[in-house]
Design a protein around this ligand. Structure first.
Ligand code: NAD
Length: 499
């Protein structure tokens, strides 16, 4: 029988009160595994009030103690890694090894947040003028919220929540309604780690819950990750109520292959980055750009058999390269894009549309697809497909290869494969994209750097995790102090300067 998933508010699981529910599938079998409550404005408001009541004490808890809670939380994530990965793989569809990577990449940001006592230090200038000292301090914002996508149900909630909480904020998470179980498990682990009730809350839901968050006057900041149109909507509506917002959107990540690249390495990179997690990654490579006809021919010759040999399997199979897509609806959308590519005139070299998984006929599977001779005017090039579909766009020369990602509306990640240091350096300097890989196909920066795309892949000024996350979840206060021995015995009418 399908489980019921409610919310996590005020330190405990509570049942939904809106009367609305969504279905949560296991993509590998297609069965409905759970019903998730979809919150209305009343439940969101309750979570905000609980969070607000708890936040002041948490902010007043010294940073080393807050760090100790985070350290314990990291220990618990490691303890429960296998259990979390199993639930994550079943609900999302990705294979277990990849689910562990999802959790690990989130855990690493929690590890980064353990350094909060150092990270939140302000600045101090002794003797900025006669008997004058200046110092700045970082203070938490209050109650903040995170709205996250289906494709990384552990990593992205942790990218948002761990720095926010470590900074002394209370956090409301609105995870994807498609895979809400792992976020609920994270809430239990935070409580076990000693986090006070009300500091980490999970409100499950859809647009109704999101709009209630965006309009709530007590939520000071919103971090969003998802598709670009919704990211832009969340950014604009957050700004309308004076919130700080950082909203990350979709992607179309190119991998440029120069003639001197090691072709075996490039093909391995394309296979992993193009088809891993069934292409449902914002940093997946979805466009390969070989430079020159000879490079294109060598690439295609090696790539086709590798795409044909991809092993699709249920999420729990240890030997599968990737599992099913997240829902039947998303599967239909991805297959629709493959149909569209054929009608637009691209050459479909490998067709995975008819793949059926024996014994799992109800699951949401498709095989890997490979298009050649894709051109920049086609919709399959312009739009994000978010499935196991790789497009090859042949470039005449380096200048054309650089122009393609530069002129694309998305600007999340990009990679170049070459042995030529000069070309790689030129590319890194000139490409109009937020994260660049040199012989690295998925250049997701580590936790102590920041992650963020450009153009329609990111709305807002600050990135996720790393130093930007501390800036995003705190406000700076600057104090100028003059001691009585330095104060002149007269009124000053002009603006003070250091002349
Ligand atoms: P989505 O935009 O459908 O959903 C994201 C979140 O927004 C969910 O919590 C969802 O409930 C909510 N939402 C959906 N429709 C809404 C609406 N009309 N109004 C308000 N809220 C709404 O995205 P998804 O399908 O869950 O995730 C895949 C997308 O996320 C892809 O586009 C992918 O590229 C992107 N993504 C981006 C990054 C990044 O860092 N740039 C990382 C991961 C995923």
């Amino acid at each position: 029988m399908a489980r019921e998933i409610g919310h996590f508010i005020g330190g405990r699981q509570v049942a939904g009160a809106s009367g609305r529910h969504g279905e949560v599938f296991w993509p590998m079998t297609g069965e409905v595994a759970a019903h998730v409550a979809l919150a209305g404005a009343t439940e969101v408001r309750q979570a905000v009030l609980d969070a607000k009541a708890a936040q002041a004490d948490w902010a007043a808890t010294n940073p080393q103690r807050r760090a100790r809670v985070m350290m314990k939380f990291v220990e618990l994530l490691n303890r429960d890694m296998d259990k979390l990965a199993d639930v994550l793989a079943r609900e999302h569809g990705k294979v277990v090894a990849d689910a562990k990577g999802d959790i690990q990449r989130g855990l690493e940001v929690a590890e980064f947040a353990c350094g909060i006592a150092h990270l939140m230090k302000g600045e101090f200038t002794d003797g900025a003028g006669p008997s004058i000292d200046i110092y700045s301090m970082r203070q938490p914002l209050g109650v903040v919220a995170g709205i996250t996508p289906f494709n990384f149900p552990a990593m992205i909630p942790l990218w948002k929540a761990a720095p926010a909480i470590a900074c002394g904020n209370a956090f409301i998470l609105k995870p994807s309604e498609r895979d809400p179980s792992v976020p609920m498990m994270l809430a239990e682990l935070f409580m076990e780690a000693g986090l006070p009730a009300g500091i980490f809350n999970v409100v499950n839901g859809d647009k109704e819950a999101v709009d209630a968050i965006l309009d709530d006057p007590d939520i000071m900041a919103v971090g969003f990750v998802g598709s670009s149109d919704i990211a832009q909507y969340v950014y604009a509506r957050s700004a309308a109520t004076g919130k700080r917002a950082a909203c990350f959107g979709g992607a179309k990540n190119h991998m440029i292959i120069l003639p001197d690249a090691d072709m075996d390495q490039a093909v391995n990179a394309l296979i992993g980055a193009g088809y891993g997690s069934a292409g449902e990654r914002c940093m997946a490579i979805s466009v390969a750009v070989p430079v020159g006809e000879a490079t294109a021919e060598r690439l295609i010759e090696k790539l086709v058999p590798r795409v044909e040999a991809l092993k699709v399997g249920p999420s729990t199979a240890l030997d599968a390269d990737f599992g099913p897509l997240v829902t039947a609806q998303h599967l239909a959308k991805v297959k629709g894009y493959v149909d569209l590519g054929v009608s637009e005139g691209a050459k479909l070299l490998v067709d995975g549309r008819d793949f059926r998984m024996q014994g799992y006929e109800g699951g949401f599977y498709m095989g890997g697809c490979l298009f050649d001779h894709v051109t920049a005017d086609m919709r399959i090039y312009k739009e994000e497909i978010f499935g196991p579909v790789l497009s090859v766009v042949r470039a005449r020369d380096y200048a054309e290869a650089l122009r393609l990602p530069n002129e694309h509306e998305y600007g999340n990640g990009v990679a170049i494969f070459t042995r030529d240091g000069d070309a790689a350096r030129d590319f890194a300097a000139k490409v109009n994209v937020g994260m660049v890989g040199i012989n690295v196909p998925i250049p997701v920066p580590l936790a102590y750097y920041t992650f963020g795309g450009w153009k329609r892949s990111g709305f807002g000024d600050l990135n996720q995790h790393g130093p930007d996350s501390i800036r995003f979840y705190t406000k700076t206060k600057t104090v100028t102090a003059r001691w009585p021995s330095g104060i002149k015995d007269e009124a000053e009418f002009s603006i003070p300067t250091m002349k």
